[in-house]
Design a protein around this ligand. Structure first.
Ligand code: ADP
Length: 269
């Protein structure tokens, strides 16, 4: 076993663990079979990326993931000319690679990307399924395997950053949210390697924190943070220390809000 495998505990899993929450697997597979792109909306850390990784594995497709940011341009997606020892050469971007290989291109937080990306995404997202590489003059027809998947967090949206209806209307849209308690407990137990009782306790706390009408909080506790908390407890930290470092502090910079969150923690641990 390699050092990395030892660190992971049980070796590299073949299939990423994904706890199904509804009909999302069927919808995704049917969209892929019929050449339709998929949009996943949901809060941060609720399983969007894990779902796409799982589906790529299940369908046997290469996956190219791009974390979008406000400086991400069409060139970053499509590719660029680079200068090397032997002169200029063309390097495909992740979108072009996914098209050539017939894989999935997953654009995480797509609303962050620059508006010029719509020019390359629109012809790929509708019936044309084409990618035009302006710099090389190449016109690629996406093979049947290719799929465009985008995600965003509707909670972050503002008027400027919202997804344009003309873009949104090209996608099959799936809404994700934090899982119900039983499913979330299974996820936390599996991902953190803790027993069911501890996972259930952490999830119960997470759900209580989510119910708080806390106006200072921009976001509620994600499944990801609950997993971090359980992992730290498993590693030997006291539950209070773990909840402070993995739940209260990541959720707020305001000292009083952190104290209020810890009051809820103290009721649960
Ligand atoms: P998002 O992309 O929505 O921000 P992720 O997919 O990265 O969130 O989810 C955060 C973590 O939560 C994942 O790494 C995984 O450990 C866990 N997780 C969330 N939902 C699920 C699920 N349904 N099945 C398995 N793991 C999940």
């Amino acid at each position: 076993m390699s050092a990395l495998e030892k660190l992971r505990g049980t070796g590299v899993p073949d299939v990423p663990f994904y706890q199904s929450l509804g009909n999302e697997e069927v919808m995704f597979e049917q969209a892929w079979r019929h050449g339709m792109p998929v949009l996943i909306k949901g809060p941060t850390g609720c399983g969007k990326t894990r779902f796409v990784q799982y589906m790529a594995h299940r369908l046997g497709l290469p996956l190219y993931t791009v974390a979008c940011h406000d400086d991400l341009s069409a060139t970053d997606l499509v590719g660029r000319h680079l200068i090397g020892a032997d002169g200029t050469w063309w390097q495909d971007g992740p979108l072009t690679r996914a098209v050539r290989e017939g894989g999935i291109c997953y654009l995480d937080e797509v609303v962050e990307a620059r508006q010029d990306t719509a020019v390359v995404l629109h012809p790929l997202a509708d019936d044309r399924r084409e990618l035009f590489i302006e710099r090389t003059g190449e016109q690629l027809q996406a093979p049947p395997g290719f799929m465009l998947v985008v995600s965003y967090n509707p909670g972050y949206q503002n008027l400027l950053k919202g997804m344009k209806p003309s873009t949104r209307q090209r996608f099959v849209a799936l809404r994700f949210d934090y899982p119900p308690a039983d499913e979330e407990t299974r996820i936390v137990a599996n991902e953190a390697g803790v027993d069911h009782a501890l996972a259930a306790q952490v999830v119960k706390l997470g759900q209580a924190l989510r119910r708080l009408e806390q106006h200072d909080l921009e976001e509620v506790a994600s499944t990801r943070l609950l997993i971090f908390t359980a992992r730290m407890i498993r590693a030997g930290m006291s539950p209070r220390e773990a909840c402070l470092a993995c739940l209260a502090e990541p959720l707020s910079d305001d000292v009083q809000t952190v104290a209020a969150l810890m009051d809820v923690v103290d009721v649960h641990f």
